[in-house]
Design a protein around this ligand. Structure first.
Ligand code: TYD
Length: 137
């Protein structure tokens, strides 16, 4: 069973010179093989995203621009993490509930995902998520 201890902040290597910065996500930077990239943008500041867990998908969430907060929850404990650096990724393994809120103006939330999109592997009901977590304790 995954718990909050299995979520980690990943440092993304960057190259900086007087022309600006360049960050690189190569195979060995994230703990899974990437299948899909998607991003959230134009998110109103009072809106929240996520509100689900994944049975199969692992993710790395990056604030490519601006900032937002990610609430991660293992059904037993939760914490709130602010992401505001394009060189920092939050690794979220399977079976961790996540919500994202407090989007700054112009924020872009990039998600690197280990699976193709499949609605069947989502858990979108928090009570069901907690029940499933208890079953795997
Ligand atoms: P949703 O899962 O609600 O977004 P978030 O959890 O990031 O707030 O997805 C919004 C819509 O987009 C929903 O109809 C499913 C669709 N979608 C895809 O078609 N492909 C994808 O890769 C993703 C992530 C979502």
């Amino acid at each position: 069973m995954n718990t909050l201890n299995n979520t980690t902040l990943i440092e993304i290597p960057k190259v900086h010179d007087e022309r600006g910065s360049l960050a690189v996500v190569e195979k060995d930077v994230i703990p899974f093989e990437m299948k899909r990239v998607y991003y959230l943008y134009d998110v109103p500041s009072d809106s929240f995203r996520g509100g689900h867990a994944h049975k199969e998908q692992e993710s790395v969430i990056i604030a490519l621009s601006g900032s937002f907060e990610v609430i991660i929850d293992d059904g037993n404990d939760h914490k709130r993490i602010m992401l505001n650096k394009p060189t920092q990724g939050l690794y979220v393994p399977t079976n961790i509930w996540r919500e994202i809120d407090n989007f700054s103006s112009g924020a872009v939330c990039l998600v690197l995902a280990s699976t193709n999109y499949n609605e069947n592997e989502y858990v979108r009901d928090y009570d069901l998520f907690c029940k499933l977590q208890r079953r795997t304790v």
